[in-house]
Design a protein around this ligand. Structure first.
Ligand SMILES: [Mg+2]
Length: 152
């Protein structure tokens, strides 16, 4: 099997159940604290914008973390916590269709947890509950907040 480049997707889905990790408030806990580290085949799904990829990769590399990194395809100045949660749900959905099996997703934001659980109720979303990292201020009003998410 070829060696995977840092942050690139796996060549094929891992044969074992894997876990998924949020960054801010989970892997990254500010300058004062060290967050959690993903296991070898685990993946990272962040609400951070793709515009912040370079900064995000260097932070992860400084921790020795090179797991597959799924960033949010949104403008850098756009922040909507529910949209971030739906992005994580969509990414988990896409990966499952590719044959991935996700055991747990580790997450600190209750708004995002609600969105992920609506989309992917069979995935265990583990809430790391704390206020050590700012969860960010929405720059966008999610006008479809009460939309019905289709189940599958
Ligand atoms: Mg977070």
């Amino acid at each position: 099997m070829s060696k995977r480049n840092a942050f690139a997707e796996h060549d094929k889905p891992p044969s074992k159940l894997i876990n998924s990790y949020d960054i801010d408030g989970v892997i990254f806990m500010g300058d004062k604290f060290t967050g959690v580290n993903p296991g070898p085949d685990d993946i990272i799904i962040t609400g951070r914008s793709k515009d912040d990829r370079a900064e995000t990769e260097s932070m992860l590399l400084s921790r020795g973390i090179t797991n597959p990194l799924y960033m949010n395809n949104k403008p850098g100045d756009f922040n909507d916590r529910r949209q971030s949660g739906l992005h994580k749900g969509m990414t988990l959905f896409y990966l499952e269709q590719m044959g991935y099996r996700i055991g747990c997703h580790f997450e600190d934001d209750p708004i995002q947890i609600e969105a992920i659980e609506q989309m992917m109720p069979h995935i265990n979303v583990v809430h790391l509950k704390h206020d050590l990292v700012d969860k960010g201020v929405d720059t966008h009003e999610n006008v479809v907040y009460n939309q019905t998410i289709p189940s599958y």
